[in-house]
Design a protein around this ligand. Structure first.
Ligand code: MLT
Length: 316
């Protein structure tokens, strides 16, 4: 019998996938503290997690029977992939299921930032009628810089072209022709930073992208740029960002992700002109079902047939 543990309250539909296979026994829980997880992990051949569970090297070591780690989502920065590879454990993610939700959330944050929607809501509820003080800016005619033109970046770019924005993008892994075929202008990152009114970041967190947008990059931006980050905390240096908001170099930020999550009372929160959400990019009913089902099918298939799909690591 293959035993699979699903943590982080993964959508029920994942259990339905495993219920179709008599040789697999799936157990679902909420998010477990590391100590609790360490107690149960040795029994399981596969584990499926969302972002709250951190699969550290120590936990991976404890999971003596583990063969597969499934990530119901895209980012695998909460998994020590190197430690998994050393133990010949395959890590699989679900790359496409939450793309549209994350793109839509990015746009929601960008529009809320431009038109001051959260501030207007707070002000009206407090009994005020501040139409003059809550003036926003239009997106139409402005330049949007998309940093990272992977799945989510592309969906954002396509939609914002329909808002009549000029869209420029930088991505070292995508060919200029592919970018231009979308009606998007290809630029080096520095040039993008210098020429955008709004900048939105869509890169994974890794050693090459940690601090990608720091003090030097922010200094290159136009004064009064709006910055949106619905990708990963840590890609933007929060200390540099706070200084830029204090000085007005960055007019406002729309942030869904933080270096530490949850961020507690973050110093950035004093900036009224900015918009913050608690890592909600993929938090739609549709996306959560899709990623849970996709990764569960891959894990079930891998356990039963050895066929691997959507692996993010290779093992010797
Ligand atoms: C992802 O990496 O898929 C999203 O950020 C959602 C999440 O972390 O749960």
């Amino acid at each position: 019998m293959h035993k699979v543990l699903l943590t982080d309250n993964i959508a029920q539909e994942a259990l339905d996938v495993f219920a179709e296979h008599a040789d697999i026994e799936a157990t679902a829980t909420g998010t477990l503290e590391a100590k609790e997880l360490a107690k149960v992990l040795p029994d399981f051949h596969a584990i499926i997690i969302r972002s709250p569970t951190k699969l550290t090297a120590d936990l991976i070591e404890v999971g003596a029977s583990l063969k597969f780690i499934g990530r119901a989502g895209v980012g695998v920065d909460n998994i020590d992939v190197e430690a998994a590879s050393k133990r010949a454990i395959i890590v699989m993610n679900s790359p496409g299921g939450n793309t549209v939700s994350t793109a839509e959330h990015t746009i929601a944050v960008m529009m809320a930032l431009a038109r001051r929607v959260p501030q207007a809501d707070r002000s009206l509820r407090a009994g005020r009628w501040e139409r003059g003080d809550l003036k926003g800016v239009e997106l139409s005619g402005k330049t949007l810089g998309v940093v990272g033109l992977g799945r989510v970046g592309r969906e954002v770019a396509r939609r914002m072209l329909a808002f009549n924005m000029r869209v420029i993008a930088s991505d070292p892994f995508i060919r200029r022709e592919v970018v231009e075929a979308m009606g998007v202008e290809f630029r080096e990152l520095d040039v993008l930073l210098e020429n955008s009114d709004f900048i939105t970041i869509h890169v994974p967190l890794g050693s090459d992208t940690r601090g990608l947008i720091g003090a030097d990059e922010i200094a290159r931006m136009r004064k009064g740029t709006f910055l949106v980050n619905c990708s990963r905390g840590g890609v933007v240096d929060e200390k540099a960002l706070k200084e830029a908001l204090d000085s007005g170099q960055v007019a406002g930020v729309g942030m869904d992700v933080f270096e530490t999550e949850p961020p507690g009372k973050h110093p950035l929160f004093k900036h009224e002109r900015s918009v913050f959400t608690p890592h909600l990019g993929a938090a739609t009913r549709e996306a959560q079902i899709r990623v849970a089902v996709d990764v569960s099918k891959n894990v079930a298939n891998a356990l039963l047939t050895g066929e691997i799909r959507d692996a993010v690591n290779t093992i010797a």
